[in-house]
Design a protein around this ligand. Sequence first.
Ligand code: FE2
Length: 388
Amino acid sequence: MQMDICYGGVPSKIPQNSMGIRGYDYVEFYVGSAKLVAYWFAKALGMKIAAYRGPETGIRDRISYLLTSDYGMKFLITSSLQPETYDVNSFIELHGDGVKRWSVEVVDVRETFNKAVKNGAIPVRLPKKIEDNDGYVEEAAIRLYGDCEINFVNYDNYNGLFVPGFSLPIQNIEISCETTGIKLIDHIVGNVHINEMDFWADYINKSLDFETFIYFGPGDISTKYSALLSKVVRSKDGIIKNPINEPYKAERLSQIEEYTQQYRGSGIQHIAISTLDIIKSVTALKSNGVEFLDPPPATYYETLSKRDFGLTEDLNELKKLGILCDVEGQGYLLQIFTKPIFNRPTFFFEIIQRRNGASGFGQGNFQALFEAIERDQEKRGNLINTDV
Ligand code: FE2
């Protein structure tokens, strides 16, 4: 396992990968009511409403709020304002609220886009400069699974708030909440249909010169009832990590299949956000009203207490909050998963803290995690028998 990778999604001005990718940039969600969802991101996640576009800024077909963390993580929340805003409306009608695109900041949009397309990427938006009085931003996009896109963006020639069309929020409301300390995007995970995982892993690896970092095959990730396969693809400097899951046959409906059925297609399942103090972050998030999956059974922490791996945190605190811990070589990672945040049981967040160079994805916790998801799946009446 390589230990020289960059953790926590910290963007680097001088990329260490062949595609000129500096790091994750913004993730755009298409939602039914951007105003209300932006409020939840501010109140529950403790993010700041940093910029806005809509009729007041000359944009008439859609409305967007840019939310930022203290460390510069960016989520863009967009809704349609008109029945003719087809890209947003068709997405919402089919999938419900979800992630439309994730963006990476690159040194040269044209160069990255042209290289990706030459390597086999499917273009969806050609490189384009968007200008206003503060300069210009360049963007382009390629296709990803389902209706999702990977966006390339460069801000080197722009001094405005975000991109042209955005201004300071119209109403400067103080939203009081606990400070959560959430930092940056650590990884973004997609769920795809049966037999699509290899296709999309190859597509990303070829298009963006990424590599498969970890592969979980048949039998590696399964509960009593359901199973899945997973491939982690990442940039060769480790700054972008994109695990892809697909359902695997088992006695009952795989949770990945529940996702693709409810979402009506492949798409983004979760975004992991890093923190430097998971106990503080999760305590604050809970106090702000974020719901997390049920904690694992007490035996999980008893087993953990018998292992000597230099745990810095108080195990009782981890147990109280239901935080999972996975030991990995000299390091360990702490993680916890929210319940799905929108109406359908599709998209959720993960909060993650990596210690001493842990670079995995909590493989030791898969059992506890998937059993917790399965308990909720059963409550929804979706843990049904399959014909296999
Ligand atoms: Fe994850």
